[in-house]
Design a protein around this ligand. Sequence first.
Ligand code: NAP
Length: 474
Amino acid sequence: MLNVPSQSFPAPRSQQRVASGGRSKVPLKQGRSLMDWIRLTKSGKDLTGLKGRLIEVTEEELKKHNKKDDCWICIRGFVYNVSPYMEYHPGGEDELMRAAGSDGTELFDQVHRWVNYESMLKECLVGRMAIKPAVLKDYREEEKKVLNGMLPKSQVTDTLAKEGPSYPSYDWFQTDSLVTIAIYTKQKDINLDSIIVDHQNDSFRAETIIKDCLYLIHIGLSHEVQEDFSVRVVESVGKIEIVLQKKENTSWDFLGHPLKNHNSLIPRKDTGTEIVKPYTPVSGSLLSEFKEPVLPNNKYIYFLIKIYPTGLFTPELDRLQIGDFVSVSSPEGNFKISKFQELEDLFLLAAGTGFTPMVKILNYALTDIPSLRKVKLMFFNKTEDDIIWRSQLEKLAFKDKRLDVEFVLSAPISEWNGKQGHISPALLSEFLKRNLDKSKVLVCICGPVPFTEQGVRLLHDLNFSKNEIHSFTA
Ligand code: NAP
């Protein structure tokens, strides 16, 4: 599709270059703050100039909109009219203009991949990039065919009705270095737990649950990709994006050739898929008075597992009965207990089930580190009901004065008078006060991947060194 110019971004002397203290910003005119932008997007003003109509944008059309007062940018296959946003962009107008009339995905990812542009630029959406016609004709002659863009529904082999508004589909687009496969599930409760992505050599496979079926994308890729890939879900529209990294920065003419059952819906009971998921074992309790039940061998592993009702794996676990079997691997991980040597301040940042690695850390720290002066846990959840082991944590903090616990809720009820919001510089700088100026400190962080990534960035901004941070990643 589109090629991103190989210029460096931000420009070498740009104000947006990362300096040791983080990204610097361009001063904005009065009335051009983020809040002002949100107000403008909610004002009902026609920000695209298309009166709410969404259009298919060809490459030729995109290229024409390359001026400040008429600037369209494509990000991940969607085209936005960013002219109204120019004066609100903290990085300045010139930075935005670098992607004017072209595909800015790669430039955007280099600078602020974590920004939720879909919501920020919702009102500026012009439409999607037009997709080149599919080459595939007869789907059953799999090996001889190539894939290039979205397949018409009628060419799909499936076990459910082929037509119909809710049939999933996919397409792909590329930049110089990335290939993105977008799956449109057409259902809204998709989450990361309902997707399995696997690729070995050139064989790429993605499975996602659609009601009682698995939707399968199974492709022999036309070019080599790197091992690392990322998956993101836009829950509000049921879109999954799998971003692969090209081994070589060449333009792909087609995505690949279809492998067995590609682009089909298969009843889940017929798939026989093996699912492997990492979980961090916890202890039976945070409190020492907890006694393990007496059973032969006296050997236990405790897990704290959140059941995602629409997930692929956890509902199966939930259905297990006493006497059923699951296979468990030997332990994996890279946390070294030596990090605790002579430790004085321990800070724990956990979100949701990201609390699980903190359980054993708390147990160990409070009983086995004589040098320890203070342990502080900041625990992020949506609502009070989501706080795992709240009363045990409160009891433990009451018993052991070295422990402080703070709960932060992102969706509290109005009566909640504790802390609110998401992980942020303000919350962290207040929370992460060392006991003494030069005390030996460790910060452990675990939660949803974007939470952990953002937390680690903020910790670096607050001058915590690499050795002082341990992030748990699933
Ligand atoms: P959750 O309930 O969805 O989220 C917990 C809190 O984190 C909520 O307040 C949520 O805010 C916030 N949050 C979510 N995404 C965020 C983001 N991008 N930036 C800032 N805050 C964000 O969490 P969960 O379902 O329990 O999931 C926990 C995650 O931890 C899972 O992904 C699991 O794989 C991971 N985990 C990893 C390990 C490990 O690596 N060892 C162990 C255990 C768990 P909102 O209300 O706005 O969503």
